[in-house]
Ligand binder design. Structure first.
Ligand code: NDP
Length: 450
């Protein structure tokens, strides 16, 4: 990085940190984008003169509210919820809701900011937003989760709509929660429209939405490998997480002939050297989605499997690593360990799972490294397709949606290559950030000073 770029970057980041104190993950997400985009800005001063990056890092608005609900013992419980409407320059706000105790405004701002770039990359008309609550669905009864979702929607419904802001799921918000949320929205709005995505198939959901993020991540990974004349066939794969993204990434990786040897949850990871095949994955789906159990039970079910408590799977030598759990789960040291063990590709199913030191290590080592905003965009892309189907009042079949998903992931890959070309290689971080930035920035320029 030249001195001029570094100086500009430092000045920009100092201002951002001053305006948003104590928001470490938001700073991190912006820093990653700014590192890639700043050289482009200096080459294209129209964006600098219009202060576009500064404007893009300030959310359009943040809604913060109290959610009161009654638990099964009749006690009154209080949580805090947010909706960050980050940027609607190219379409209605779109992004998931996260229910997890550690959720803070900083986490939702980082996710909302990432979402702006991701949604831009899909080529669909979607702005970026994110929301959630510091509510823990784990250990709650279905009725408690229902009462929480209904109470949250009493406030949220006035801020969302099919042309305004369209929430979806994320960590802790799956099919059950979306159903409760949509049921309550429909009651309050007295309208049956596609204001939430990830809905059940009986009431406006899209085929392939459940699988889309994981499948899309594998399509992207295959695109990266194809570009260098390789493929996933025969590759060993480490996956973290055992939720929605991880399960369907594992399923598609297996279908592409790869051997998935690890999965994890917040208690640790399992290492299965024989590979997690379709039958074993069916067990994990039932364990995590139906019985809501722990991944350690997998090690008791199958022989030759080791469970490593409180550890992440990045020390296991593999060809491909797919972080699919949560943010900052690959440290700089984890990245170096993966590189030392010869990892060929790292493709992020989760949002910002790699710390900046890890990102820099992968880029320096020339690892095929795909940031989440490109590699996991399949989920929101199919959410966009769900919105289209709702608006048209039709349903496409599985093959149609899957084909569209594949095409979108291929086009995202091409955009990353166009903007990230680096000698014979591709800097996918720069490619994704610059490609995502340009579309939104050009729309903002066209609107004038807003
Ligand atoms: P789920 O809630 O379905 O699964 C999350 C998985 O990650 C679980 O296995 C969970 O373990 C594990 N996990 C969560 N937090 C931690 C932690 N702090 N340490 C270790 N493991 C953890 O979420 P999703 O699969 O939907 O989301 C996973 C990631 O993908 C997130 O970063 C999300 O933002 C991103 N993403 C999701 C999309 C989607 O369509 N769902 C779209 C694009 C990105 P446990 O069961 O123990 O909690």
């Amino acid at each position: 990085m030249s001195d001029a770029v570094q100086k500009k970057l430092d000045h920009f980041m100092q201002g951002l940190i001053k305006r948003n104190p104590h928001e470490a993950v938001f700073h991190q997400a912006v820093q990653e984008v700014a590192e890639s985009v700043m050289p482009y800005l200096l080459e294209h001063p129209k964006y600098l003169e219009a202060n576009i990056l500064e404007r893009m890092t300030e959310p359009d608005r943040v809604i913060i509210f109290r959610v009161c609900w009654e638990d099964d013992e009749g006690r009154i419980r209080t949580n805090r919820a947010w909706r960050v409407q980050f940027n609607n320059a190219i379409g209605p706000y779109k992004g998931g809701l996260r229910f997890r105790p550690g959720v803070t405004l900083s986490v939702l701002k980082f996710l909302g900011f990432e979402q702006v770039f991701k949604n831009s990359l899909t080529g669909l008309p979607m702005g970026g937003g994110k929301g959630g609550a510091n509510f823990n669905p784990k250990g709650k009864s279905d009725r408690e989760v229902m009462r929480f979702c209904q109470s949250l929607m009493i406030e949220l419904h006035r801020h969302i709509g099919e042309d305004t802001d369209v929430p979806a799921g994320d960590i802790g918000v799956g099919g059950r929660e979306i159903s409760y949320l949509f049921g309550q929205y429909k009651r309050l709005a007295n309208r049956f429209v596609g204001t939430l995505t990830g809905k059940g198939l009986q009431f406006g959901g899209s085929l392939v939405r459940t699988e889309a993020t994981g499948y899309g991540c594998i399509y992207f990974c295959e695109n990266m490998l194809e570009r260098i004349g390789d493929s996933l066939r025969g590759k060993s794969v480490a996956i973290s997480g055992s939720g929605n993204v991880a399960i369907y990434a594992a399923e598609k990786a297996h279908q592409f002939g790869a051997k998935v040897v690890t999965m994890s949850d917040s208690t640790g990871f399992v290492h299965d050297p024989d590979g997690i095949d379709a039958d074993k994955l069916a067990y994990i789906k039932d364990l995590k989605e139906v019985r809501r159990g722990r991944i350690s039970e997998y090690a008791q079910q199958y022989s030759g499997v080791e469970f490593h408590a409180d550890q992440r799977p990045w020390g296991v030598p593999v060809d491909v690593a797919l972080p699919c759990a949560t943010q900052n789960e690959i440290s700089g040291d984890d990245a170096k360990e993966l590189i030392k063990n010869g990892v060929l590709a790292v493709c992020e199913g989760a949002n910002m799972p790699t710390k900046l030191a890890g990102v820099h290590a992968f880029l320096e080592a020339g690892t095929l490294y795909a940031p989440g905003k490109a590699a996991n965009a399949g989920g929101v892309a199919v959410s966009g397709l769900e919105q289209s189907q709702n608006a048209l009042r039709i349903s496409w079949d599985h093959a149609e949606v899957d084909a569209r998903l594949k095409t979108i992931m291929k086009e995202i890959h091409e955009k990353c290559v166009t903007h990230g070309k680096d000698g014979d290689g591709v800097n996918y971080v720069r490619g994704a950030n610059v490609a995502g930035f340009v579309k939104v920035a050009d729309a903002m320029l066209a609107y004038g000073i807003v």
